[in-house]
Design a protein around this ligand. Structure first.
Ligand SMILES: [Zn+2]
Length: 184
C-alpha cells in the first residue's frame, strides 16, 4: 500500500496582486501581504489602499523637483550676475561672493533630493540674508531688479509649500505602510 500523503502535492495560491506563489495555508501573501485567503471585502480594501499609496507616491516624487528647479535657477542667476559684476563692472569682490553663493545653491540643489523642504528653506534664508546685507551697505540696491526679487520670492513660497506637501505625503505613506507596495 502506498501513502497518499505526498508533500510535493502541497496546495498553493498565486497572489492576485504580485503573482507570488504562496502555500495555501497562509492568510497573507508572503511577498506583498495581499490577503490571499481573505474575503472580497478584504481584497478590495487592500487594492484601494494600494491605489491611494500610488497616488501619494507620485505626488511625493513630483513635488521635490519644484524645489530643486527653483534652487538651480537661482544658482544660475547668481552665477551670471557675478560674472557680469566681475567682467563688466570690474567688481571682483562681488563676483567672488556670487560664485561662492552659487556653489552653495548647487550643494543645496543636490541636498534637495534627500530633504527638499530643508534645502529650499535654507536657500530662501540665504537669498533673504544676501538681500538684507546688500541693502545695509547700499540701500538703493534693495530696489534694483525688484521684479526679479518679487519673482524669486514668489517662486520660493511655491517651492516651500510643495516641498512641505511632499513631506506630508511621505509621512502619510509611512503611516500606511508603504513597504507593502514596493514589490510591484
Ligand atoms: Zn502578493
Amino acid at each position: 500500500m502506498e501513502e497518499s500523503n505526498h508533500p510535493l502535492a502541497e496546495e498553493t495560491i498565486t497572489c492576485e496582486n504580485c503573482n507570488n506563489v504562496n502555500s495555501s495555508n497562509l492568510k497573507f501573501c508572503s511577498k506583498c501581504s495581499f490577503p490571499i485567503n481573505g474575503t472580497d471585502e478584504d481584497k478590495n480594501k487592500f487594492k484601494i489602499k494600494i491605489s491611494g499609496n500610488k497616488f501619494l507616491m507620485a505626488e511625493a516624487e513630483k513635488k521635490p523637483k519644484t524645489a530643486k528647479t527653483i534652487i538651480l535657477v537661482l544658482a544660475g542667476f547668481v552665477f551670471l550676475m557675478g560674472l557680469y559684476q566681475g567682467l563688466v563692472n570690474d567688481d571682483l569682490a562681488t563676483m567672488i561672493v556670487n560664485l561662492c553663493i552659487s556653489l552653495l545653491y548647487l550643494i543645496l540643489a543636490a541636498w534637495s533630493n534627500k530633504n527638499p523642504f530643508g534645502a529650499i528653506l535654507t536657500a530662501f534664508i540665504i537669498y533673504i540674508t544676501m538681500n538684507v546685507v546688500n541693502a545695509f551697505f547700499e540701500p538703493t540696491s534693495l530696489f534694483q531688479g525688484i521684479f526679479m526679487k518679487i519673482f524669486f520670492i514668489g517662486a520660493f513660497i511655491k517651492g516651500i509649500r510643495s516641498a512641505k506637501d511632499a513631506q506630508g505625503h511621505l509621512q502619510e505613506l509611512e503611516k500606511l505602510g508603504a513597504a507593502s507596495i514596493e514589490n510591484d
